[in-house]
Design a protein around this ligand. Structure first.
Ligand code: ZN
Length: 102
């Protein structure tokens, strides 16, 4: 979805106006969707790095994220080549022993 933000009053909009101006203050609207998504990804990576450096295991992280089995399957079967097989196994075991608690 395209997102826009006013460069003057910082109001968020889901769509642009015909002349790309803010209905509230007349400021210029800028597209921000991608940048914001990238920022969230960066924050998640930083979060993971800090958690890991504090001694949290991958299972602690998966648990803290409240990742579901279904979500994990999507990630594991997607482009998870960055994750060593040993770590994938740990997460698989976590979901196997966790049981169905949804
Ligand atoms: Zn504005």
């Amino acid at each position: 979805m395209r997102k826009y933000i006013c460069t003057i009053c910082n109001t968020d909009f889901d769509m642009t106006t015909p002349d790309d101006t803010c209905p509230n203050c007349g400021g210029r609207l800028e597209k921000v969707g991608k940048a914001r998504t990238e920022l969230i990804k960066a924050e998640q990576q930083l979060f993971g790095f800090v958690a890991s450096s504090k001694g949290d295991s991958i299972v602690d992280l998966v648990s803290a994220m409240k990742l579901t089995q279904e979500e994990w399957n999507k990630l594991r079967d997607g482009d998870a080549s960055y994750m060593p097989d040993g770590l994938k196994q740990l997460v698989d075991e976590y979901f196997t022993t966790k049981g169905e608690d949804i």
